[in-house]
Design a binder for this molecule. Structure first.
Ligand code: IPE
Ligand code: IPE
Ligand code: MG
Length: 252
């Protein structure tokens, strides 16, 4: 792994195909500096550019970011409106650049509750970037893991699915994440150690990485540290190490 600031002797044997991030700590980052919370959300958004670049550099194929949860509607109206505005601005300002860099945008969650302007912008950005394949950036906005499962069950019933047709693979197909591999690594910044309704189905065998670092400060080096820790993990999937290794060797 050649790079300017990463020690050259460190090599990553395995790069996770899919990293998901709970980008937490924007509010505390701002409060620590005597700034309004929205300044923290802006700093967090700028940081996202850096992390997207780092993912492209490290050859990560999927990055899912938790940016607005179904529970975040319960925040003060000003903050909710500010966050919606930031998403709109990001699409306006960054779409061309992301498209040029080969980033494909996807959305998970419900778009129905967003303003029609914002909804259309999100839909357009998905359409414009649909053939890109360098990195898939999946934005979890108005996303909740329980809501996703409820939505999936409702649609299965609407489609007349019979009980004996329901299995793991079918449920996965009905989730917002259909077609996206499960995350290998889930990172949560800011020291909180909970799932907060994020990818509760898909994360069943993800490796978790928690850091005290607040999201606006979680830079390329911090991501690299997480990847090093990920490389030290033994993913057993309920088996014994030797069996898991044997299966991997046979598969590859
Ligand atoms: C995460 O930062 C971003 C969103 C939830 C939108 P927070 O806003 O939760 O920041 P803290 O946790 O209050 O510091
Ligand atoms: C999770 O962070 C949601 C996002 C990062 C978008 P929160 O700050 O909303 O989660 P809790 O309230 O600490 O669990
Ligand atoms: Mg938070």
């Amino acid at each position: 792994m050649a790079s300017n600031s990463t020690p050259s002797e460190i090599k990553l044997e395995i790069v996770p195909q899919h990293i998901a991030i709970i980008m937490d700590g924007n509010g505390r980052w701002a409060t620590k500096r005597g700034l309004p919370r929205l300044a923290g959300h802006r700093a967090g958004t700028e940081n996202l550019r850096r992390v997207i670049r780092a993912c492209v550099e490290f050859n990560v194929k999927y990055l899912t970011i938790y940016a607005f949860s179904t529970e975040n509607w319960a925040r003060p109206v000003d903050e909710v409106e500010g966050l919606m505005h930031i998403l709109e601005e990001v699409i306006d300002k960054e779409l061309d650049e992301l498209d040029k860099e080969g980033v494909q945008l996807k959305h998970i969650g419900r778009l129905e509750q967003l303003s029609s302007t914002l909804r259309k912008k999100v839909e357009r950005s998905i359409e414009v970037t649909k053939d890109n394949n360098r990195l898939t950036l999946c934005i979890a906005w108005n996303y909740g893991g329980r809501d996703e499962i409820v939505h999936a069950i409702q649609n299965m019933i609407k489609d007349g699915i019979k009980p004996d047709q329901v299995n793991d693979a079918l449920v996965s197909k009905y989730l917002f994440t259909a077609g996206i591999p499960d995350p290998d690594l889930i990172i949560r910044t800011s020291g909180e150690m909970r799932i907060s309704n994020f990818l509760i189905w898909q994360g069943s065998y993800s490796e978790w990485y928690f850091t005290q670092t607040l999201w606006p400060d979680f830079d390329r080096e911090e991501l690299f540290k997480a990847l090093i820790v990920f490389n030290q993990r033994d993913r057993r999937y309920g088996r014994l190490s030797e069996c898991a290794e044997e299966d991997e060797n046979n598969a590859g």
